[in-house]
Design a protein around this ligand. Structure first.
Ligand code: ADP
Ligand code: MG
Length: 200
């Protein structure tokens, strides 16, 4: 079973990964965006870490809902509301249980990713974060590490895709040949989950 502390560690491990990779995320957002994805994610997840430390929620659902609300209020770009929706919806799905099972988390994340697809109107193959999140969450039935790896492969597979959603879609054919920044950060989020699960 996973408690609030596991979810806090997931969020702080994500924050550390975002800190490490912020420059790369911004570089990826340069040719097909407006070069702010790294700074957006860094601002958002730094605020998440501060919020969780200031008033640590006591249930898994409350940790993710606070993280989601914080991202929505601190990240101006498209990714803020989308990641905010992912975490808020996943947290809501977990309810107010003090501990949740891996199966509960898998189902909740599935609902969270569905809510992201609905909010953004995107599907896998549109060159967005969903290209990492959808295969990632599907692989959760195997293991957390499989989910992280599937998300990473999904992010890499966005390179030859033509963008159909978000800022990159304004470029049309010129969006081809670049890895999607949001899919790349989504792979970091799922890799952080695998890291925390591996640590016990
Ligand atoms: P902005 O595009 O407003 O500058 P960011 O740079 O922070 O915001 O995030 C860009 C990322 O957001 C993209 O790489 C893509 O993965 C994701 N994204 C954009 N629009 C959508 C959408 N409609 N559905 C899903 N993801 C999206
Ligand atoms: Mg951007």
């Amino acid at each position: 079973m996973r408690d609030a502390d596991f979810f806090r560690r997931w969020m702080t491990t994500t924050a550390a990964a975002v800190e490490r990779e912020a420059d790369r995320l911004t570089e990826l957002d340069s040719p097909i965006g407006d070069a702010d994805h790294g700074s957006n994610m860094l601002r958002g997840f730094t605020a998440v870490r501060v919020a969780l430390e200031a008033d640590p929620p006591t249930t898994p659902g409350a940790v993710l809902q606070l993280a989601g609300r914080t991202l929505i209020s601190t990240v101006g770009g498209a990714s803020g509301p989308l990641y905010g929706m992912l975490l808020r919806r996943t947290g809501k799905d977990l309810g107010d249980a003090v501990e949740v099972s891996d199966d509960d988390l898998r189902k909740a994340l599935y609902a969270g990713v569905g809510a992201v697809a609905q909010l953004g109107g995107a599907a896998p193959g549109d060159k967005t974060m969903l290209d990492a999140l959808v295969p990632g969450v599907a692989a959760l039935s195997t293991s957390y590490r499989a989910a992280g790896d599937a998300a990473e492969n999904g992010a890499r597979a966005t390179v030859p895709i033509l963008a159909r959603k978000g800022r990159a879609s304004y470029l049309g054919e010129r969006s081809i040949g670049h890895q999607d920044p949001g899919a790349t950060s989504s792979a970091l989020v799922l890799a952080a989950l695998a890291d925390v699960a591996d640590a016990g």
